[in-house]
Design a binder for this molecule. Structure first.
Ligand SMILES: Nc1ncnc2c1ncn2[C@@H]1O[C@H](COP(=O)(O)OP(=O)(O)OP(=O)(O)O)[C@@H](O)[C@H]1O
Length: 296
């Protein structure tokens, strides 16, 4: 399997309002994918569609080679944004339930994580803190040993140390088993630390997707005398532009060497890159180039 998630013209409508519309996306297998985008971009809607919790209004979505929601439950781990647990069941009950429902359940991993987190097996989930509940839900997701683990803002409620440890656990799980991960996050630093593939979603549209190393190696900041963006060579795709009276700054994507000596050229870090693509929604009329043209 080369693709774990494939969406084509995918849309979801609530009443008259589109939560996601015309989303086209392909996620390769064996990656840790960071799904990033502003509030309301449609990330949770996309992830819920991918596990069959929602059904598309339009378009298609395939997960692990089959339409989303069709008999894939054993192969997919999903931790929703509100990290659902059963309030009246205790921690040990959750592990027992996990073992009962999941054929590939790894009890040693589950027990070890619970011990390491210092969670009391007899504590009811309803009495855990928000962060502890998130840790319990994440433990269930990892111990299930899925082929694909989908996490909707998994670390949002964790303290910084717990966040780092969780991402470390996740990377270990990825290294040990053939696991693909898609996680949404607002924290670019966490994406940088744990993901090797990036998808930026803005207003339902994939603005850019690709291997993070490749993206970083092909994006540049050009600063130099004021220029019109139309004067740039055809292979230099402008992601954002800003001008003063005498100076222009362009964030561009290109595979080719930048030969013009008028430019001071620097590479972007991941945060610059993400923010540049997130900013493209602010002026859609200027952003007339089709999104996929800037994908590799
Ligand atoms: N159940 C619902 N009913 C009506 N509108 C909804 C519902 N769920 C989501 N929406 C709308 O769909 C759009 C996309 O929401 P979604 O939760 O997918 O975004 P998101 O990218 O996950 O945002 P955030 O980063 O804030 O979690 C938003 O405008 C939201 O208001």
């Amino acid at each position: 399997m080369t693709t774990v998630l494939q969406a084509q013209g995918l849309g979801k409508k609530y009443g008259r309002r589109w939560a996601l519309s015309d989303c086209t996306l392909e996620v390769p297998a064996g990656r840790v994918v960071g799904l990033v985008g502003p509030n309301g971009a449609g990330k949770s809607t996309l992830l819920n569609l991918s596990v069959g919790m929602l059904t598309p209004t339009r378009g298609t979505i395939e997960v692990l080679g089959a339409p989303a929601g069709t008999n894939q439950q054993a192969k997919i781990g999903f931790v929703a944004q509100d990290t659902p647990t059963y309030a009246r069941l205790n921690v040990a009950d959750h592990l027992r339930l996990g073992a009962r429902l999941n054929p590939a359940w790894d009890d040693a991993v589950a027990q070890q994580r619970i011990r390491h987190l210092g969670l009391d097996p007899k504590q009811r989930a309803g009495r855990l803190s928000g962060g502890q509940r998130a840790q319990l839900a994440l433990t269930l997701g990892i111990a299930k040993r899925p082929e694909l683990l989908i996490l909707d803002e998994p670390v949002a409620s964790l303290d910084p140390l717990a966040r780092r440890e969780f991402l470390q656990d996740l990377m270990e799980a990825v290294a040990e088993q053939e696991l693909s991960v898609v996680l949404s996050s607002h924290l670019v630093s966490d994406v940088e630390r744990s993901c090797d593939y990036l998808v930026v979603l803005v207003e339902s549209r994939v603005q850019v997707s690709g291997e993070i190393d490749t993206l970083l190696a092909t994006h540049y900041r050009l600063v130099g005398p004021r220029r019109d963006e139309k004067s740039l060579p055809a292979g230099q795709h402008v992601i954002s532009a800003s001008h003063t009276d005498r100076q222009s700054t362009f964030l561009i994507r290109t595979d080719q060497p930048i030969l013009d000596p008028a430019w001071t050229v620097s590479q972007l870090n991941l945060e610059d890159l993400v923010l540049a693509y997130m900013g493209r929604s602010a002026s859609p009329q200027e952003n007339s180039r089709p999104v996929l043209e800037v994908q590799r």
